[in-house]
Write a protein that binds this ligand. Structure first.
Ligand code: BG6
Ligand code: MG
Length: 242
C-alpha cells in the first residue's frame, strides 16, 4: 500500500558518485595542513557543510585557524573539488538513479533534492537532472547543516507535504539523523554497518522501484522511533528490489 507522497534525495553519494571527489579534495587540504586524514575520518565529513567539514578536519589534526584562514582553505578545497567536477559526465550518475527517479515521478510522487552542497545546481545541470525535481533545496538555501533537519523540512514544505508523507534517501549518518529529527523516514544508501540508524538500507538504486522501498519501510517496525537495525535491507540482486 502506498504510504508516502514525497521523496527527498541527498545528492553527493546518493545520486552521483561525487563523495570520492570531496574526499580527494579534503585529503589534499589535509596534506597541506600536515594532518593525517583517513577514509574512516572522512565518514564524519559526509553530509556536513564545507566550513563544518574543515572544522572537523582541524579537530582531527588538533589544529586551530582564524576565520580568514578557514575561509581561504574552504575556497581552496572548493577549487580542487570543482576541478574534478568539471570532468563530471552523465555516467557519474549512480546506477539505476535516472530510472528510479523517472519511474517514481511517473507514478505521481513529488521529488525534491535536499543537499548541503552549494554546488548542487551545477552538478544537476551537468547530469541533466534538473527536470527530475519539483524542488531543489541546497547549501545556499539553508543556514543550518545536517544533522539539523532544516534542509529536509524545507524540501517537504516546498513540495507542500507533511514530513510523515516523505521518505529521505541518504548516504551519511548526519543525513539520517537530520531526516529523523525532521520527522521523516530515512532510507540509507550503503551498508547497515555504516548507517545503523536508517529505517531501511539500499545498496543502490539499480533494479529498485519505489514500491519495493515502500514495502521495505512497511516491513520494518513501522512504529515511532527508529531503533538501530529495525529496518530491512535489500539492494541490487535482491528479488524484492527487481
Ligand atoms: C554534502 C557532502 O553533500 O555537501 C559534503 O556530503 C560536502 O561532503 C557538503 O562538504 C558541502 O558541499 P559543497 O559542494 O558546498 O562544498
Ligand atoms: Mg551524501
Amino acid at each position: 500500500m502506498r504510504m508516502y507522497r514525497g521523496l527527498l534525495f541527498d545528492l553527493d553519494g546518493v545520486l552521483v558518485d561525487t563523495a570520492k571527489y570531496h574526499y580527494l579534495a579534503w585529503k589534499e587540504i589535509a596534506g597541506r595542513l600536515g594532518i593525517v586524514f583517513t577514509p574512516k575520518d572522512n565518514e564524519r565529513l559526509k553530509g556536513v557543510s564545507r566550513m563544518r567539514s574543515l572544522e572537523i578536519l582541524l579537530e582531527i589534526g588538533g589544529r586551530k585557524l582564524d576565520r580568514k584562514a578557514k575561509e581561504q582553505y574552504c575556497e581552496e578545497k572548493n577549487r580542487i573539488y570543482l576541478n574534478h567536477i568539471r570532468r563530471l559526465e552523465r555516467s557519474a550518475l549512480l546506477p539505476g538513479v535516472r530510472e528510479f527517479l523517472r519511474d517514481a515521478r511517473k507514478k505521481g510522487y513529488l521529488l525534491a533534492l535536499g543537499s548541503a552542497s552549494r554546488n548542487a545546481s551545477l552538478i544537476l545541470d551537468r547530469l541533466e537532472l534538473n527536470a527530475c525535481f519539483d524542488a531543489v533545496i541546497d547549501g545556499n538555501a539553508v543556514s543550518k547543516a545536517k544533522p539539523d533537519p532544516e534542509v529536509f523540512r524545507k524540501g517537504a514544505q516546498a513540495l507542500g507535504l507533511k514530513p510523515r508523507e516523505c521518505i529521505v534517501f541518504e548516504d551519511a549518518p548526519a543525513g539520517i539523523e537530520a531526516a529523523h529529527a525532521g520527522g521523516m523516514r530515512a532510507v540509507g544508501i550503503g551498508s547497515r554497518e555504516g548507517l545503523p540508524e536508517a529505517d531501511g538500507i539500499l545498496a543502490g538504486f539499480a533494479g529498485v522501484r519505489i514500491e519495493a522501498v515502500e514495502a521495505m519501510l512497511a516491513g520494518g517496525d513501522g512504529a515511532a522511533g527508529n531503533p538501530a537495525g529495525s529496518g530491512f535491507a535489500f539492494g541490487e540482486g535482491s528479488p524484492v528490489g527487481q
